[in-house]
Design a protein around this ligand. Structure first.
Ligand code: PMP
Length: 381
């Protein structure tokens, strides 16, 4: 039998069989009536998932593409933007803004810290920026930021808030309209349970009014908005991926977004309790905010690379390494999207086995029991 593989990376994430089947359907012409039905339904479902009345624009690109779209649409050459960064994806905002010739004002934290709205308010009072870029779920550390208060701080300073929700949309609450978040960018390959390749962005009226003059073509929001208005597409869309996303969003909305948020909280709890029961130390916060990614410190004397290789090659289990300054210091277990508690048990059991094989002193035989107990505890999101 071919070895069974288990994917726990914080993107791409496992894709439900119904979604995979939809992506394998015969090709449709994107300007024909059959695709139009799928396209219209998908765009409608996206608005529900983004919790917005504004249009959600759909591009064929990775998540980074939609981040770039935000900057090229909002900014003008040389203008100052404020980037809130506490990890690899905050740094990604800064890198894109820098590449586009913006002056980047970094509100910078240690990796693993949670950004504060008060810090943002005082930074914007000291140094004005029209556009503030932030990250909801910092996938590199497992920290989920308090977007509601950060967006409010940006708004109060008269700035447009732009939120990277690539790894968080559909996993943790993001009330785009209610929290007055101006621009939300996301991608298909995480909690939306679809293959990589689709990039999404919602834009508020304030966002539209704040557009700048950087050159743009494919990512010009206006071009795509106009086309989507009549359920057309400005360019050939990724037809098969859209068919998959349509099915995935149907699954998500049928189950209910609140149920998905609740499940993610309990998956996070199960993972943390199992990790602690083994005697390992968490890097990501030990509270319900950490519902997307669990980051774990590598125990003394264990080589991170060897651990991840052993997990992958001997046990078929793929976890994610630390990035940047956390390389070699942590490993990450993603529980985003199509996951249940048995998946968490698999990840924990595999970590336990592999660490034992590598000679680490850990408590054996308790992690999965603790995980199941924690998962059963009721919660309110
Ligand atoms: N932002 C966050 C928070 C992410 O987790 C990722 C992907 N790991 C990205 C941006 C970039 O997305 P992509 O790799 O699809 O370009």
């Amino acid at each position: 039998m071919t070895e069974k593989r288990y994917l726990f990376t914080p993107g791409p994430t496992p894709v439900p069989p119904e979604v995979l089947a939809a992506t394998a359907e015969p090709m449709l012409h994107h300007r024909g009536p059959d695709f139009r039905v799928v396209y219209e339904r998908t765009l409608g479902r996206l608005k529900e998932v983004f919790r917005t009345q504004n249009e959600v624009l759909l591009f064929a690109a990775s998540g980074t593409g939609t981040m770039e779209s935000a900057l090229v649409n909002l900014c003008s050459r040389g203008e100052r933007v404020c980037v809130v960064t506490a990890g690899a994806f905050g740094d990604r905002w800064a890198a894109i803004a820098g590449a586009l010739g913006c002056e980047v004002d970094r509100l910078e934290y240690e990796w693993g810290e949670s950004p504060s709205a008060d810090d943002l308010a005082s930074r914007l009072a000291d140094r004005e920026s029209r556009v503030v870029l932030m990250t909801q779920s910092e996938t590199s550390t497992g920290v989920v930021a308090d977007i509601r208060s950060l967006a409010a701080a940006a708004s109060e300073a008269g700035a447009v808030s732009v939120v990277d929700a690539v790894s968080s949309l559909g996993a943790v609450p993001l009330e785009t309209d209610e929290w007055c978040v101006d621009v939300v960018v996301s991608g298909s390959q995480k909690a939306l349970m679809s293959p990589p390749g689709l990039a999404l962005v919602s834009v508020s009226q304030r966002g539209w009014d704040a557009r700048g003059t950087l050159p743009r073509f494919y990512f010009d929001w206006e071009r795509t908005r106009k086309a989507q208005e009549i359920f057309d597409a400005a360019f050939t869309p990724a037809v098969s991926l859209v068919r998959g996303l349509d099915v995935a969003l149907g699954l998500l909305l049928d189950g209910g977004l609140d149920a998905a948020f609740d499940r993610h909280v309990r998956l996070g709890r199960a993972c943390r309790e199992g990790i602690k029961a083994m005697g390992l130390e968490l890097f990501s916060p030990d509270d319900d905010s950490a519902a997307v990614v669990t980051a774990v410190r590598i125990p003394e004397g264990v080589d991170a690379g060897a651990l991840l290789l052993l997990l992958r090659d001997r046990h078929g289990v793929t976890l994610a390494p630390g990035q940047g300054p956390l390389k070699g210091k942590i490993f990450r277990i993603g529980h985003i999207g199509y996951f249940d508690v048995f998946d968490i048990a698999t990840a924990l059991a595999a970590v336990e086995l592999a660490l034992t094989e590598l000679g680490a002193e850990i408590e054996r035989g308790v992690a999965t029991t603790r995980a199941f107990e924690a998962y059963e505890q009721p919660t309110r999101v």
